[in-house]
Design a protein around this ligand. Structure first.
Ligand SMILES: [Zn+2]
Length: 410
């Protein structure tokens, strides 16, 4: 028997804008079948959940690492741990990560790096009230390159190696391909300011992925890595930190190049300040790197990075929100709201910032949700308070549904 039900709120955000008359969202068979004003009265046999707060689509975190939960092992090496741990232990962490995400109103996640393709086994758990999962499997990197310990290292000079890497992923059924175009802070010895691949091999990899129907997103902290990635025709840039000797600001030419290429950028902003280690406790390789870039005041750097995202918006570049959850203790699962808050702090209008974590994010992930609209999956969230006036409401979920399945919150 198909039953119809509804949720009603005087305040609502539909994925693009706040609805002045609130919303009554009608749900049937896991999908939204109608969106009316709050004053709308459905037939008597349709149960209505009246909620006090703001109703919006469930959030979509476009950059997570489910194998590395902020809660366990909770050290900068948690991704490294995942590269060698037993499958059963990794699976437990993945489930914990998914629970933390959905409890925070995140109804879909895009996983951009696991070990041994474990995350792929956790797709399709929506009936359990867990988020939808889109996953890349192990990120492709160079020998001893960024996150090599996840098992995706490939020698680009070895004939056929890049083709084999893509073919293996296609065979495994990944949803997209992740490639490390620059080094990263989590991998000592990798070069955050350089490019890991030349444009030729990277273009070849992107071509092979596209032929297999897979999009490619590139991790890049450096200007050099972003340039190569854009030249190679990737579909998305992760982090886009734009680091170079002496600074971390996007050059105008690079922004124009990104806009012309039509790529998506996921700036992975946001962190829990309470879980950031003091500068004195940072490993020497990170301190040395910060010195090369010229970052002396961390808070100032974060504020500047947030302000720099306005340049992306001005250039008409599609921006999605993703926290890089699990990658380090200061980025726990379920804190996507911090990414949105950073955009607003940088100068984004609230509605557009929220869209980067709902409608725009869902579209970029190929997930048929992210909007309060008839026909979309009923991935819904109610947060405590008036979200239009108080963005911190986003951190206070009151009710969550995944495909119409009610999630019991802790
Ligand atoms: Zn990441």
């Amino acid at each position: 028997m198909v039953t119809r039900w509804a949720v009603r709120s005087a305040r609502a955000f539909d994925g693009e804008r706040f609805l002045p008359d609130g919303a009554t969202v009608l749900v049937e068979g896991g999908r939204v079948v109608g969106v009316e004003a709050a004053a709308f009265r459905p037939p008597d046999d349709v149960p209505v959940a009246e909620v006090d707060g703001t109703l919006l689509p469930g959030l979509v975190d476009c950059h997570v690492h489910l194998v590395a939960s902020g809660a366990f092992p909770g050290t900068p090496g948690s991704l490294e741990w995942a590269g060698t741990a037993e499958s059963a232990a990794v699976d437990e962490v993945v489930t914990d990560s998914l629970r933390a995400q959905v409890a925070a109103g995140v109804t879909s996640v895009r996983d951009l790096g696991d070990g041994a393709y474990r995350v792929l086994e956790h797709r399709g758990r929506e009936a359990e009230g867990l988020p939808r999962v889109v996953a890349a499997g192990p990120p492709i990197t160079i020998p001893l390159g960024h996150c090599w310990f996840l098992g995706g290292d490939v020698d680009p000079d070895e004939p056929g190696a890049l083709d084999r890497a893509v073919a293996e992923r296609a065979e495994r059924g990944v949803d997209l391909v992740k490639v490390m175009a620059s080094g990263g802070f989590l991998t000592p010895g990798s070069d955050q300011l350089g490019a890991q691949f030349d444009a030729g091999p990277l273009r070849h990899l992107v071509g092979a992925a596209h032929e297999a129907g897979l999009r490619v997103v590139a991790h890049t902290h450096s200007v050099a890595g972003a340039e190569v990635a854009l030249e190679a025709g990737v579909d998305g840039l992760e982090h886009f930190t734009c680091m170079a000797e002496g600074g971390a600001d996007p050059p105008a030419a690079l922004l124009a190049q990104a806009a012309a290429a039509g790529v998506t950028v996921c700036p992975t902003l946001g962190h829990d300040p309470a879980r950031l280690p003091p500068v004195s406790a940072m490993p020497p390789h990170i301190l040395g790197m910060l010195e090369r870039i010229g970052i002396t005041d961390r808070d100032e750097h974060f504020a500047r990075a947030a302000a720099n995202t306005v340049q992306l918006r001005k250039h008409g570049i599609r921006v999605v929100s993703g926290l890089d959850a699990g990658a380090m203790p200061a980025k726990p699962h379920g804190h996507l709201w911090r990414s949105v808050a950073e955009l607003v702090r940088g100068g984004w209008p609230v509605e557009e910032a929220l869209a980067t974590a709902t409608s725009v994010a869902a579209e970029d992930c190929g997930i048929d949700a992210g909007r309060l609209a008839a026909g979309r999956l009923a991935d819904l969230l109610v947060v405590d308070g008036d979200l239009a006036a108080d963005l911190t409401a986003l951190s206070r979920p009151l009710a969550v549904w995944v495909g119409g399945v009610s999630v019991s919150l802790p």
